[in-house]
Design a protein around this ligand. Sequence first.
Ligand code: PHE
Length: 330
Amino acid sequence: MEDLKHRITAAADLAELEKIRIEIFGKKGILASRFAKLKEIPGPEKKAYAEGLNRQKEELTQAFEARKAALEREALERQMAAEALDVSLYGKLHLKGALHPVRETMDRIVEYFTALNFAVESGPMVEDDFHNFEALNLPKHHPARDMQDTFYFADGTLLRTHTSPVQIRTMMRSKPPIRIIAPGAVFRRDYDLTHTPMFHQVEGLVVEEGDSVSFANLKWILTDFLRHMFGEVEVRFRPSFFPFTEPSAEVDISCIFCKGEGCRVCSRTGWLEVLGCGVVDPNVFEAVGYKNVSGYAFGLGVERFAMLLHRIPDLRSLFEGDIRLLEQFR
Ligand code: PHE
């Protein structure tokens, strides 16, 4: 009896316990054979023997149930331990991406103008002489062509040196009123602290029939735009020259670093030059076959804006793809 009980409590797992169960409690098991002996027991002792057997069966059943419950609990605990998730563990660090500062600056510029109903236009980066120069009042051998060092292909096509050819393409395929901006990459043979051979511009062009578009409209929108981008700055229009606009101006803002006091970034002038603009030259309208219209145009360098807005000292660092720079814009 103690021996059987011991075997039950010592069963290592549920499979072994099941074997023992059959051995003890089965139809041909130990208890069954003991009960079978009952009929051989003489009358007077039968009762005591039967009582003894029932007690044994009771005790063994209890021992069995207890062991079974214990083994089941162990099995469950093992399974749970194996499948455990530690929800308090830190996850793997997933680094978030970020917009490149040039992209982000371009988006901000485009957002300003689209909010004022400007459409976004684009044109090819490989241009021809007509769209990049000729139609913009830069005839062959015009000295102003030297202002821009151009990448030429053998067949005479070129990498556009500015986004102004999009003005020409837009005017040639549509009619006034025109109200567009043209963001995109442009190319010049330049490489130093503030120049890279590829950079981005945003061109603007507004054309209306009649003489309703004036320099005053241009002045208003660019002043508002620059304050949108740089905060409460002074805006100054300085007479300048572009072959495709007359009159032309370069636009300065009061230095955002020294508030006009004079510092290294503004070369002690207190002013930062940020864009070029003007009233569209009649020769440009003539080149695209427009009559009795008026308009203004402007062009700006996106990298210049990004450098000023983020205080990036070397323009070239924007195109080195150095993760240490880009991480700072996350
Ligand atoms: N295309 C000129 C440049 O690249 C900028 C400009 C555009 C000036 C439109 C006036 C009008 O410098």
